[in-house]
Design a protein around this ligand. Structure first.
Ligand SMILES: Cc1cc2nc3c(=O)[nH]c(=O)nc-3n(C[C@H](O)[C@H](O)[C@H](O)COP(=O)(O)O)c2cc1C
Length: 477
């Protein structure tokens, strides 16, 4: 079934796929905050939706959440094609293949996620199979490299093989490499250095393809600055924001429609408006997937209320809001509206009614671009650099702070990876952290402790890991 685009907006800004975070409820809140920002689902493993009769649990979304992209995980072309057909029935605007998740549970068991970057031919086959199965646009989200296969040349090889072999033309680049062994998923999002310049170089070298930039960007204003940035005539297609959009949803997204998409006004006038609309959605959705034998509804009130915990992060009343919301949820209320009606009293009127704050665009800069790899790049710059004799010979650009070794093809190197934490530069630590949503580090009201005590998962990374494990158990992998 064809999925037509919800509107003509380009995917200038998107919220990243994040396991356990960007569930249907978070996305509903994000959609109330920004009308135009594209939303990604959490990764859904292909076999989970093929074998589970209750696909609604993983794939249903209210139509107003469009434009929306479903991210799939898998490495078998036939299974991914079958899963894509199920996804397409739900009306997603695009389907994205996860080639960037570094979890060894994903990467090790059945070779998907980031380890797929070591097998560009397989990625091409998977994407090609999905493209043949459905009319939806298929895209790829990946890293800059994996383990010691981390040269710009190897990255160009991946892009070239996948785009030529499958027709995929949009790549979402988490602009750092990852290590499959030696770093946890959390460390893999903070330790390897960000290299935005490689993403701009990809556009220079593959001008017919689109590249979105992801990693370490924390606001729609920063996204707007990155979108306006151009190096050697190359600019990016879009920006994807992950942690900041979850941890500070209002500060990050509330001005996105105006600042990024050029709309006349933003979707939400205030957080009071977001709350009122979210509560309406929330009370209607509790129990949508059924009732457990013990009588509890799926999803339950707590799960649906979870995205609200971060709505006032950064405000003096933000911690109190989280704490009181948590306490109220522990009392097992029947509806979310009754909880919100009570807890909202702790937030001052002027905060509730404050409009999205337009902020000045921060500066955005990139380091010098790597030279094109003339044998792989398709852009005019490649020929020009070759003429000037400045083309990189061995694709070793960037080796200084990542790993050592030459740049073998992805496939050849897959056999002998030896990437390790010790090889990573200490200055590579990026500014954003998954735990950064605790301004002031207040232990009493920190969302982590609040969520943990509520049993609704402030320890998100661990939960994501557990969830991945249980998904694999569910599909018998
Ligand atoms: C809790 C969590 C779960 C994530 N799950 C996924 C996932 O399912 N698929 C994926 O491609 N990336 C996943 N990521 C990575 C993000 O999509 C994103 O690439 C990364 O966080 C870097 O962007 P940021 O610096 O804006 O957060 C996850 C990140 C976090 C923090």
């Amino acid at each position: 079934m064809a999925a037509t685009s919800a509107n003509s907006d380009r995917q200038l800004l998107s919220v990243a796929p994040m396991m356990d975070w960007t569930d249907v409820h978070y996305r509903q809140m994000a959609r109330l905050i920004s009308k135009h920002t594209w939303l990604y689902t959490e990764m859904v493993v292909d076999q989970t939706i093929i074998h589970n009769p209750n696909t609604d649990r993983f794939l249903w979304f209210p139509p107003e959440q469009r434009p929306i992209v479903c991210q799939l995980g898998g490495s078998d072309p036939a299974k991914l094609a079958e899963a894509a057909k199920i996804v397409a029935r739900y009306g997603y605007d695009e389907i994205n293949l996860n080639c960037g998740c570094p979890s060894d549970r994903v990467a090790g068991a059945g070779c998907f996620g980031a380890s797929l970057m070591l097998q560009p031919d397989t990625v091409a086959e998977c994407c090609s199979a999905m493209r043949q199965a459905v009319d939806s646009t298929i895209t790829v989200k990946c890293r800059l490299g994996v383990d010691n296969v981390d040269s710009y040349e190897a990255l160009c090889n991946f892009i070239s093989v996948v785009s030529k072999g499958s027709g995929v033309s949009h790549f979402i680049m988490h602009a750092r490499k990852c290590l499959l062994k030696g770093l946890s998923p959390h460390e893999n999002r903070t330790i390897p250095p960000l290299r935005y310049e490689w993403v701009f170089a990809l556009k220079r070298d593959f001008p017919h393809l689109e590249f979105s930039l992801n990693g370490g960007l924390d606001s729609c204003q920063q996204a707007a600055a990155a979108l306006q940035h151009s190096v050697d005539g190359a600019s990016i297609h879009g920006v994807m924001i992950g942690r900041s959009a979850y941890n500070h949803p209002w500060a990050c997204l509330a001005d996105a429609d105006v600042a990024v998409f050029g709309a006349a006004e933003n979707a939400a006038k205030s957080r009071r408006e977001v709350l009122a609309k979210y509560v309406e959605y929330a009370d209607a959705v509790v129990g949508r997937y059924g009732v457990k034998p013990d009588g509890s509804r799926m999803p339950n009130v707590r799960t649906v209320a979870r995205p609200l915990l971060n709505l006032f992060v950064g405000e003096p009343s933000g911690r109190k809001w989280r704490h009181l919301l948590d306490v109220a949820l522990l009392k097992k209320p029947a509806t979310i509206s009754e909880v919100v009606q009570e807890v909202i009293k702790c937030v001052p009127e002027h905060v509730l009614d404050a409009p999205p704050k337009p902020r000045a665009q921060p500066a955005f800069a990139t380091a010098q671009l790597p030279p094109p790899i003339c044998s792989l790049a398709d852009g005019p710059a490649s020929a020009e650099w070759a003429r000037r004799g400045e083309v990189s010979a061995g694709g070793n650009y960037g080796k200084d702070c990542c790993t050592s070794g030459s740049a073998p093809s992805m496939q050849a190197a897959a056999a002998g990876q030896n990437g390790g934490a010790a090889e990573i530069s200490a200055n590579g630590v990026a500014g954003l952290d998954d735990t950064e949503w605790q301004p002031g580090g207040d232990q009493q009201y920190s969302p982590v402790t609040v969520l943990q005590s509520a049993g609704i998962g402030g320890e998100n990374e661990e939960r994501s890991e557990k969830r991945l494990k249980s998904e694999r158990v569910m599909v018998g992998a």
